[in-house]
Write a protein of this length. Sequence first.
Length: 134
Amino acid sequence: MARQATSMKKTRTRYSQVYKDEALVLADRVGASAAARELGLQPSQLYQWRAKAQQQQSASVREQALAEENARLKRQLAEKSEELEIAKKAAVRSTGHRNTATRQGTIWQDEDGQEDSPQTRSSYSGSSGKQVNR
């Protein structure tokens, strides 16, 4: 006696995000196995939903952290740019011209009128020399 094969395909059930979220809340309260039995699901399905929810949450947390850091860095850059502009304006007002270096380098002049280069100037610890541009 040959049995006739019947082709019964199971249709895949698609659950809404609200249903999945409520199922995960139930699974957190009573456990995944008990929640799966109560909802007529496989426990592995709940575990997959939980893993996907955690992955999405961690990605959004990372994106939020990066956005906060980006905003902080933009504020810091704006502050430093403003400080630099203020310092430039103060330097122009105090000397009447901008401090510029020549092609050969900046020449410094100490209190005695002796000239020295930035290389030798760095060896002075407390020298308060004046910059001379050529």
